[in-house]
Design a protein around this ligand. Structure first.
Ligand SMILES: *Cc1c(COP(=O)(O)O)cnc(C)c1O
Length: 403
């Protein structure tokens, strides 16, 4: 697949033999001239599709004004973005970073420092859940806890206690005198579009309140409209103390954010954290433009409507091809189809139908269309899935017949 003889990119990704030079809305145009329906959205990043005219204009305008200046000075547009994110959420303060893992690093530091500043530096441990994904830095890998990602990189960063998702007794047992907080994704993306019941999140909130712990939501993938609300936790009816955002925040321009209440952020003082690029004016302009579009009346209603349509249509394909597909799950436009065949085979078969999707844990294939996807594009994607299933079940039949 990869051309290791000529590529100088560090071979940490198993890249498909396909490259793109242009994007328009939900479509990508490959270097071979073919058009692909993009239901990866750059892994939940291009929420407004490719080259959304409003985002292009915002970035072009900013590019003629100011690209970068240091956090030694005030940032009027950064102030505005932070104020808007706080107005839309539980938070009082925002720290801007450049990626999801960095936003999570900040969330972990905020959680630890909160207790240290209150005279309890021994409270640094954070409870996490199996199937989680929080990033690829050393600390976020330790929080992720997956042995296959940790192996070979020395002792994992100490301070994370992983328990089974949805197991409240296990959470209670894991809480000790060193516990600082609980970290969870409202809906696991990489883990396979896996959700815990709403009641579980309510119970976690209660536990945190009872024990003086901070509740941290990793909304790097679920945030910014992906699940049909600006933030996924709005649908849970549970509010965290700290939240990380990234992926769709800049609509394709790299930016991450850590949001916190004034109380949760009370340990963070000048010098306790920082970033050279965090809050970069281009990134902030992109994120402000994303918010302009998402906060227009009807935006989330559209996402919810498309979600329902996609789920219904996918369910009918699952019914038609029980030898290939098993189940549809997820919320908003973070939809997973659990496969019977190896999920990698399904991703490949879909790519051969010019439909791009992303694998996830539990043998799931993620359908992550841009949130601006139309009914016609959803119909189109489902027809491509149907054709891929016909091919895959033909292969199954051949294998079963010993051919
Ligand atoms: C993608 C992701 C991250 C990591 O984001 P990066 O920008 O790749 O560092 C963290 N948490 C969740 C839930 C994610 O989906």
């Amino acid at each position: 697949m990869t051309n290791s003889a000529t590529s100088h990119l560090l071979p940490v990704f198993a890249r498909a033999d396909l490259g793109f030079e242009r994007g328009e809305g939900c479509w990508l145009i490959a270097t071979n001239g073919e058009r692909y329906l993009d239901f990866t959205s750059g892994v939940a990043v291009n929420a407004l599709g490719h080259c959304h005219p409003y985002l292009v204009a915002a970035l072009q305008e900013q590019a003629t004004k100011l690209w970068h200046m240091s956090n030694l000075f005030k940032s009027p547009d950064g102030e505005r973005l932070a104020a808007r994110l706080c107005e839309q959420s539980f938070a009082d303060f925002v720290f801007f970073a450049n990626s999801g893992a960095e936003a999570m690093e900040c969330a972990i530091k905020v959680t630890r420092k909160y207790h240290a500043a209150k005279g309890h530096p021994e409270r640094y441990r954070i409870i996490t859940f199996d199937g989680a994904f929080h990033g690829r830095t050393l600390a976020t890998l330790a929080a992720t806890g997956s042995p296959k990602y940790l192996e070979g990189f020395g002792p994992p960063v100490d301070g994370f206690d992983q328990v089974p998702l949805g197991d409240l007794d296990a959470v209670k047992k894991a809480i000790g005198p060193q516990t600082a907080g609980i970290l969870i994704e409202p809906l696991q993306g990489e883990g396979g579009v896996r959700a815990a019941p709403h009641a579980f999140f309510k119970a976690l909130r209660q536990l945190c309140d009872d024990k003086g712990l901070l509740l941290v939501f990793d909304e790097v993938q679920t945030g910014m409209g992906r699940t049909g609300e600006l933030f996924a936790h709005k649908r849970l009816g549970v509010t965290p103390d700290v939240m990380s955002l990234a992926k769709a925040l800049g609509g394709g321009f790299p930016i991450g954010a850590c949001l916190a209440t004034a109380e949760a952020a009370s340990g963070m003082t000048p010098g306790s954290h920082g970033s050279t690029f965090g809050g970069n004016p281009l990134a902030v302009a992109a994120a402000n433009a994303v918010l302009d579009v998402m906060l227009k009346p009807g935006f989330f209603e559209h996402v919810q409507k498309m979600s329902l349509l996609l789920k219904q249509k996918l369910a009918s394909v699952v019914d038609r091809h029980p030898d290939v597909l098993a189940e549809v799950r997820g919320e908003g436009l973070l939809i997973g189809v659990r496969a019977v065949v190896p999920s990698g085979d399904l991703v490949t078969a879909l790519r051969e139908q010019n439909l791009l999707t992303v694998g996830a844990g539990e043998n799931v294939v993620r359908f992550l269309p841009p949130l601006i996807v139309t009914e016609a594009e959803i119909e189109d994607s489902v027809q491509r899935l149907d054709r891929a299933c016909v091919k895959l079940s033909g292969g199954q039949l051949k294998r079963a017949a010993g051919q």
